[in-house]
Ligand binder design. Structure first.
Ligand code: NAG
Ligand code: NAG
Ligand code: NAG
Ligand code: NAG
Ligand code: NAG
Ligand code: ZN
Length: 947
């Protein structure tokens, strides 16, 4: 069965399931919908089953039961469904009959999928690679189950708290015809209403040739709720329609005034509504009937059941031109002192766990392909990547990695990820065993960041396998907790070093490991492959490694960088790039903002999981000086800084690194003074940044930010700190004509540049009040191991370069942090026949090309995504078209054929037809296209910007 919407694209006329509209009238599109959070106040399972209704009355299984039942009662009725994570579960429990009935509803356009990803992802704190994965998973299920008719045409992010340009770019490349959302800054909305610019064309990339990343974008009139007085869910108290509907009282004309066409959309539904869909539909049927009857008396209002794609089709048919949008929708404020910029950092430990889980999932998927069937069923049992895929997909939800869920729900996301890891570990063991020819049990150490690994702490002889998921070789420092003092390395170019475990690390371990030393050595791993190193304890080594010196060195340097310290304070004082001979003054320290408790004359808003509201604009310094210990050896130079019992840092310069590592440890954040605290790391430099700084969008393209300024409206700034915070997913920088200082982060964080030359990044938050956006809990994280408050550790990588070449350093650097090597161990001696090295690639990819996805698709098919990772004109050398020979790419796979798909892999590229939209100011091309040319075995040459 061909679905009707698909037909219009082919036939070009309205042969479709959308209800007819009336040209001379105001057409009001009623869109019945439910917003089903994939976890928030309850876990995703509790929401599905309707468990724990004492927390929130919500049960998604009943919603779908009830809606399908009601759709069947009247063919005019419509419904849209959004979150495939829920729909998939419900579908699996239905009988064949019911499944066929639902297919029929979908084919007839009565039930329409919109968005269709596994969840509705957060836009501020997600990485594009994980978003593409979760969208692919949901959209694939829909295509496999419903074919063309199940393909969502519209992206629908009605709840996320601000909107990222990279999301719009991805949606365009996923083939969506349009995008609707609910939340944007209140000043922006007011201006857009007056200017009738609530619908626009978002040009979402500086690098892709329009219209490739152009996305028609509409702002919904009422968030995603029904108009006041029109909520007929069982959760609402509005009176039912009797005989005389009051739509006239509501005055649809006022709504129409702020839009450009004679169509308006009304979202009829809200959070977890339609559990008893009869209430909604009975009233909607009446509303439509009565309002339209009045047309015979001269009324010019036409009300109809509709869907976002039917509404979009009418806007398209209007053949208008639309204002162009080039920046993004961050930060989001819903009133003068209510900036939703706290969640950029909320739950920093969960944010890191999510990011590292992405790295692990990519490795797991690669090893599933490289290992073949034995990866899923091999010597170590049944492994799979599916469990982690699902856990990661759920973690992208706008109340998951965002950190805006209740504590028990955050625990559930982490538990799901951990379970996914366990399934992947079996798979990884199977593949590594198969590739290496060694069936020795493989050991995983997930606490290496705090120097805990029972195997290396106790074993006298073990091997280390380093798997590199990148398509180019990497050199990587490995630090392992050990009790011994000297080790013989095998196949390690430079001798390993033993250094004492720092006091800060010993304190943070809390009884989970007792190693007194760390063994440190540099490893190399080939592209998409591994290297193996064996290590044995030398019995008669020196008694103990040299103790750290209790003072700051004047300088620390390798062949690339030189850093100086102020001997009085122990703080950084300058950073030089020795290759380019540039030097900037640079200091760094830790501060906190006291959180507003709502006791304030300007506003009662408190800082909470969503909202950042410091009670003063001047942060408090934690300590003006640091106690120092210094270590130097042939692998690393370390300056260990101790600021207070709850803040410490290690400044590290590895011998062959172009970046300076700042490893911060923060917590338990003290709350004895009854004030919540938001802790930042601040860099102050001599760079003349003139109120401008730069942040990445979902880890991909970079956007310019200007203090107290928004590109599309005249900002009235009311929060000098919170109103200047932006999401940082993987990097931020400041620059002037000569110098660019870039910070690469290891997770999503919030940050700003409040003074010229300064860059601050929020690391941790601990708050004592709820911020009244629904979560109903203060963000006051503790755990069994840290009952007095969570301790968080992370890294910032600093580089200094001329602006023209800075991307050549920060792109690969950020990539190494996002896709980090996986380290596994085996105990004892390696069997002599063990294969110590493996690479899945025949050739290294060109530096501009990133291997984004290698994943088993069907039995004989692999999904491959190659990405041109440089933005237009950011690198003289790399922002250029590049060619990849697919035939000579993999070492173990034969390439028989290639078919190109859209970004989310739910459409063949040659079937992709998107609605075209005209921009008001004409289409002016910006930047050059970073083309990627693929040579396939069939000899066909295709070009694509992002596959
Ligand atoms: C139309 O107007 C007439 C006269 O005022 C009234 O009797 C009738 O009920 C109206 N019809 C509707 C559908 O409102
Ligand atoms: C759309 O408008 C343009 C003028 O702006 C006109 O040339 C074109 O024919 C219109 N297309 C349709 C389908 O009405
Ligand atoms: C490591 O050494 C420390 C100090 O000598 C000792 O307390 C600890 O028990 C040792 N741990 C192991 C696992 O051998
Ligand atoms: C925050 O957590 C601490 C430690 O569990 C607890 O003592 C304190 O009461 C909590 N405060 C609030 C406001 O929840
Ligand atoms: C989507 O489903 C249809 C119908 O089963 C199938 O023909 C098509 O190949 C699928 N598209 C993709 C991209 O897998
Ligand atoms: Zn939501």
């Amino acid at each position: 069965v061909e679905c009707s919407y698909f037909k219009i694209l082919l036939v070009g006329k309205a042969l479709n399931s959308c209800h007819a509209t009336k040209p001379g009238m105001l057409n009001v599109h009623l869109v019945p919908h439910t917003h089903d959070d994939v976890g928030w106040l309850k876990t995703v399972d509790q929401y599905f089953y309707g468990d724990r209704n004492d927390i929130q009355h919500a049960g998604v299984q009943y919603i779908l039961d009830s809606v399908v039942d009601q759709l069947l009662k009247n063919p005019d009725r419509r419904f849209i469904y959004v979150e495939t994570a829920f729909f998939y579960r419900w579908w699996k429990q239905q009988t064949d009959d019911m499944q066929n009935t639902v297919k029929q509803l979908v084919n007839e356009g009565r039930l329409e999928f919109v968005n269709g990803g596994w969840c509705m992802s957060d836009e501020a704190t997600t990485h594009y690679s994980a978003v593409i994965d979760q969208m692919t998973m949901g959209l694939r299920f829909l295509n496999d189950t419903f074919g063309h008719c199940g393909r969502p045409r519209v992206a629908w992010h009605i709840d996320p708290f601000g909107h990222a340009r990279e999301h719009a770019s991805m949606f365009a490349q996923m083939g969506y015809d349009g995008f609707f959302f609910g939340r944007l800054d209140y000043q922006d909305r007011n201006r857009r209403m007056v200017a009738r610019e609530q619908e626009m064309l978002w040009r979402a990339s500086e690098s892709l040739t329009p219209p490739m990343a152009d996305l028609f974008t509409g702002i919904l009139p009422n968030g995603y709720n029904p108009p006041e007085g029109f909520c007929w869910d069982q959760s609402c108290d509005d009176p039912p329609i009797r005989d005389d509907p009051d739509l006239e009282d509501y005055n649809v004309d006022d709504v129409a005034l702020v839009y450009k066409t004679n169509h308006i959309i009304m979202t009829m539904g809200s959070d977890f509504q339609y559990e008893n869909a009869n209430l909604w539909y009975k009233n909607l049927d009446k509303l439509i009937r009565y309002v339209n009857q009045m047309q015979s008396n001269g009324s010019e209002v036409n009300v109809l059941y509709s869907t976002p794609s039917c509404y979009l089709q009418e806007l398209h048919r209007a053949n208008l031109t639309w204002p162009l949008k080039g920046d993004d929708f961050f930060p989001y404020a819903d009133s003068a002192h209510d900036f939703w910029t706290g969640y950029f950092t909320s739950r920093p430990a969960l944010k890191r766990y999510e990011r590292i889980s992405n790295s692990y999932l990519q490795t797991c998927k690669q090893l599933e392909v490289l290992g073949g069937p034995i990866s899923r069923k091999g010597p170590f049992g049944a492994g799979d990547s599916e469990t982690l895929k699902k856990a990661m997909a759920v973690a992208q939800h706008h109340d998951a990695v965002s950190g805006t869920e209740k504590q028990h729900v955050a625990n559930d996301y982490a538990r799901k990820l951990a379970n996914g890891w366990a399934h992947c570990q079996v798979l990884v063991s199977n593949t590594l065993s198969s590739l290496s020819g060694s069936s020795a049990p493989r050991v995983y150490c997930e606490h290496l960041n705090i120097s805990v690994c029972p195997l290396t702490e106790t074993s006298k002889k073990f091997s280390v396998n380093v798997y590199n998921p990148l398509a180019r070789p990497v050199s990587w420092p490995v630090r392992l907790p050990v009790n011994g003092t000297a080790y013989i390395p095998h196949s390690i170019p430079t001798p390993p070093q033993v250094v004492p475990v720092s006091q800060a690390t010993a304190a943070v371990r809390r009884g989970r490991g007792y190693a007194v030393n760390e063994l440190l050595f540099q490893v190399q791993a080939p592209p998409l492959g591994y290297s193996t190193y064996s290590v044995s304890l030398l019995q008669n080594g020196p008694p103990s490694p040299p103790s750290p010196l209790p003072r700051a060195p004047t300088a620390v340097q390798n062949k690339f960088l030189r850093v100086t310290f102020d001997p009085e304070t122990g703080l950084l004082s300058s950073l030089s790039n020795l290759e380019t001979q540039q030097t900037v003054k640079l200091s760094q320290n830790f501060y906190w903002y006291n959180a507003s408790d709502g006791n304030n004359s300007e506003s009662i808003q408190m800082s909470g999981a969503y909202i950042f509201r410091p009670n003063t604009s001047t942060p408090f310094i934690i300590s003006k000086t640091a106690k120092i210990e210094t270590l130097q050896n042939s692998v690393v130079q370390e300056v260990r800084q101790w600021f207070s019992p709850w803040v410490s840092q290690v400044v590290r310069l590895y011998t062959d690194s172009r970046a300076l590592e700042l490893e911060w440890t923060v917590g338990p954040v003290p709350i004895g003074d009854d004030l919540g605290k938001e802790v930042i790391s601040r860099l102050d430099s001599s760079i003349n940044s003139s109120g401008v700084f730069y942040t990445d969008s979902n880890g991909r393209e970079v956007l310019q930010r200007r203090k107290d300024y928004r590109p599309t409206w005249n900002l009235r700034q009311s929060e000098p700190i919170a109103g200047n915070y932006y999401p940082i997913n993987s990097r931020a920088y400041i620059k002037d004509d000569k110098d660019q200082l870039t910070v690469v982060t290891d997770r999503s964080q919030g940050g700003g540049s409040i003074q010229d030359g300064s860059l601050e990044i929020m690391l941790h938050r601990r708050l004592l009040y709820d911020d009244v956006r629904g979560v109903g809990e203060p963000l006051n994280e503790t755990s069994d191991i840290y009952p007095e408050g969570l301790v968080v550790r992370g890294r910032h990588l600093l580089s200094l370069s001329p602006p023209a070449t800075a991307a050549d350093t920060h792109r690969p650097l950020a990539q190494e942090v996002v896709l980090q090597p996986l380290i596994t161990f085996t105990d004892g001696e390696l069997h002599p026949s063990t294969r110590l090295e493996f690479s899945g690639l025949q050739a290294v990819l060109p530096p501009a090309v990133h291997l984004l996805t290698v994943s088993q698709w069907d039995q004989d098919t692999v999904l491959l995504r190659l990405e041109h990772q440089y933005q237009a004109s950011e690198s003289k050398e790399h922002s250029q078209p590049v060619t990849v020979n697919l035939q000579k790419l993999f070492s173990t796979l034969d390439m028989l054929g290639v078919s190109e798909m859209n970004l989310s892999a739910n459409q063949w590229k040659d079937e992709m037809t998107r609605l075209d939209w005209k921009a008001e100011s004409g289409t002016h091309h910006t930047g050059v296209t970073n083309q990627l040319c693929l040579l396939s075995p069939l000899g066909c040459v295709k070009t694509a910007d992002l596959l």
